[in-house]
Design a protein around this ligand. Structure first.
Ligand SMILES: Nc1ncnc2c1ncn2[C@@H]1O[C@H](COP(=O)(O)OP(=O)(O)OP(=O)(O)O)[C@@H](O)[C@H]1O
Length: 192
């Protein structure tokens, strides 16, 4: 059995260029937790997510994680030439997952009917849904979502909310930056 998911910031400061974006930031998220990060453009939401994911070093403090992570932002990073299902399977294999997990991700984001369509033919919103399908298929314990609602239609927003609820019910963690509500049930909130 895998150990319970956890993500903590301990007195984290973030410096970009010469600007201190935030300092002495602490929080602790356990299994089933969700934290919404809010703030105006340039406040440091993406930077916070990148620190959480280990993609950016904090200027001070420590990040403590338990569990594997999935990070998604604008780019889906899927092979344009491949049918969607195969492009997702490329990443699922790397994550130690199989076709059934890809099918679950496609289904969850309503992409089942498009599974054989080459990635290059997908619309902007369909690409965003594909990026989320990749997260779902990967089954990582900690989801780091940067503006996941961007470009999604109403039905897809509902699907995203349902996927996050299911993930939390299985003990997963959601850390999301968003300018709009994501339909998370009783999330913690952090304003930058
Ligand atoms: N590589 C970089 N080097 C220096 N400064 C950077 C770098 N990347 C981003 N910044 C700056 O850091 C600040 C925070 O950027 P960040 O992308 O974290 O903000 P954000 O809150 O996610 O904004 P938005 O709502 O527009 O997505 C901005 O002022 C940005 O110009």
């Amino acid at each position: 059995m895998r150990s319970p998911a956890g993500l903590s910031f301990e007195a984290i400061s973030c410096l970009r260029g010469n600007r201190l974006l935030f300092e002495d930031l602490s929080f602790a998220l356990g299994p089933g937790a969700a934290l919404m990060i809010r703030g105006p453009n340039g406040a440091g939401k993406s930077s916070l997510l990148r620190i959480a994911g280990g993609l950016l070093a904090p200027a001070a403090g420590r990040v403590v994680r338990s569990g594997d992570m999935a990070f998604t932002s604008e780019a889906a990073a899927l092979d344009e030439r491949l049918p969607l299902a195969d492009a997702l399977h490329f990443w699922a294999r790397i994550d130690g997952r199989g076709r059934n997990d890809v099918d679950r991700g496609l289904e969850a984001m309503g992409l089942g009917p498009l599974d054989q369509v080459p990635v290059r033919m997908l619309s902007t919103g369909q690409r965003r849904r594909a990026a989320l399908a990749r997260v779902i298929a990967g089954k990582a314990a900690i989801w780091l979502l940067d503006e996941p609602a961007n470009g999604l239609d109403t039905a897809s927003l509902d699907r995203l909310a349902a996927a996050m609820t299911a993930h939390r019910a299985e003990g997963g963690i959601v850390l999301a930056a968003s300018h709009q509500p994501l339909g998370l049930d009783d999330p913690q909130e952090l304003a930058l």
